[in-house]
Design a protein around this ligand. Structure first.
Ligand code: ATP
Ligand code: MG
Length: 334
């Protein structure tokens, strides 16, 4: 069977270097490494986004911003199928059919629901509880062979496989393909520029803590210049950075941008202080991020083109989804 990867991401605004190096760049790599007979489907999980409170105007803006960012970062809508979940109603339809298969006991074991609902379990939306069933529909709909999963998503993919197995058994079919996990190659975890022990995040109140994908060259250079560091020179190995979180983060960012290991960065920069390492890091960051920013600004100026690309992706996704949805209805006697 040809390889087919399906992956979704929730639409958010204010995207930063951590989102690029830790998430979006993995998609670009999967796209670039996909054999010619395979297919990547990437979608904006806008139906998942409404399971928690959202401001409608903000959500609409974030969906466009996220789509523009993904394409700007290197997803090619001519190669990968990029679309909004909401534009392919088969996701919601199959999700409902699978609600007949999934067991309450299975969902009760999902640790992410426990974390997200916290102490207010009774006040959480039904959608938040059923979220993993929609995720199962997202991938089973396309007969995905592979699904990239971080640690926090392993349990949901296991659930999708359980749902597929039970559906096939209950209906006496072999309708659904059981997708295998792809564990992304040690995704970079980028820390705050103000605190090497805190994750770089869009919700950090300090703008100086993160490099936004919309920052211009001067802003990037200034943020790196002011980034928290220490007074020591860089050591020869990454192991020696264990107790220097800020230094470790800056070396880690350099390594992730250059596509090498921290040890390789140190092999060429050992002995340098931050007075000379920071400008080198700033140059590399600007070189990588400037073309992304330029493309992002182009899409912001031309939302109609962005909408056209998303509509085209959705049309291709609907075509791929149709036979599986029809077969699922028919397997259930509907
Ligand atoms: P929030 O602070 O609201 O949680 P965030 O900045 O963490 O926002 P998310 O929308 O939660 O961003 O994450 C989107 C994707 O980016 C996820 O796949 C997440 O793992 C990844 N990501 C987020 N922050 C980082 C980071 N600092 N380093 C690496 N990957 C990250
Ligand atoms: Mg987060």
């Amino acid at each position: 069977m040809a390889m087919r990867i399906v992956s979704g991401i929730q639409p958010t605004g204010n995207l930063h270097l951590g989102n690029y190096l830790g998430a979006i760049r993995n998609w670009v790599r999967m796209q670039d490494e996909m054999p010619a007979d395979g297919e990547c489907l990437f979608f904006l999980a806008d139906l998942h986004a409404i399971t928690v409170h959202n401001d409608p105007a903000m959500l609409a803006a974030n969906i466009r911003e996220m789509a523009a960012t993904i394409i700007a970062c290197g997803i090619d809508p001519a190669r990968a199928i990029l679309f909004r979940q909401r534009h392919v109603p088969a996701h919601a339809e199959l999700s409902w059919l699978l609600n007949g298969t999934a067991r309450i006991g299975w969902l009760n074991r999902m640790t992410q629901f426990k974390e997200k609902s916290g102490k207010n379990r009774e006040g959480a939306s039904v959608g938040l509880f059923a979220y993993p069933v929609l995720q199962a529909a997202d991938v089973l709909l396309y007969q995905a062979t592979h699904v990239p999963v971080g640690d926090d998503q392993k349990q949901h993919l296991e659930l999708a496989r359980d749902i597929a197995t039970k559906f096939n058994a209950d209906t006496g079919t072999d309708l659904f393909t059981l997708p295998d996990p792809i564990i992304p190659p040690a995704a970079a975890r980028i820390m705050s520029l103000r605190d090497g022990t805190a994750k770089m995040s869009k919700s950090d109140p300090s703008d100086a803590s993160r490099i936004a994908l919309t920052d211009d060259a001067d802003t990037i250079a200034a943020k790196i210049r002011k980034a928290k560091s220490d007074a020591d020179a860089l050591p020869a190995t990454a192991a020696e950075l264990a107790d220097r979180p800020e230094a470790r983060n800056l070396v880690g960012i350099y390594a992730a941008l250059a596509g090498v290991t921290p040890d390789q960065v140190l092999a060429t920069h050992a002995g340098q202080g931050f007075g000379s390492f920071k400008p080198a890091l700033a140059d590399l960051a600007v070189e990588t991020l400037s073309p992304i920013r330029d493309r992002l600004l182009t899409f912001r100026a031309d939302p109609a083109e962005l909408d056209r690309l998303l509509a085209d992706g959705a049309a291709r996704a609907r075509t791929l989804a149709a036979p599986t949805l029809a077969a699922a209805y028919s397997a259930l006697g509907l």
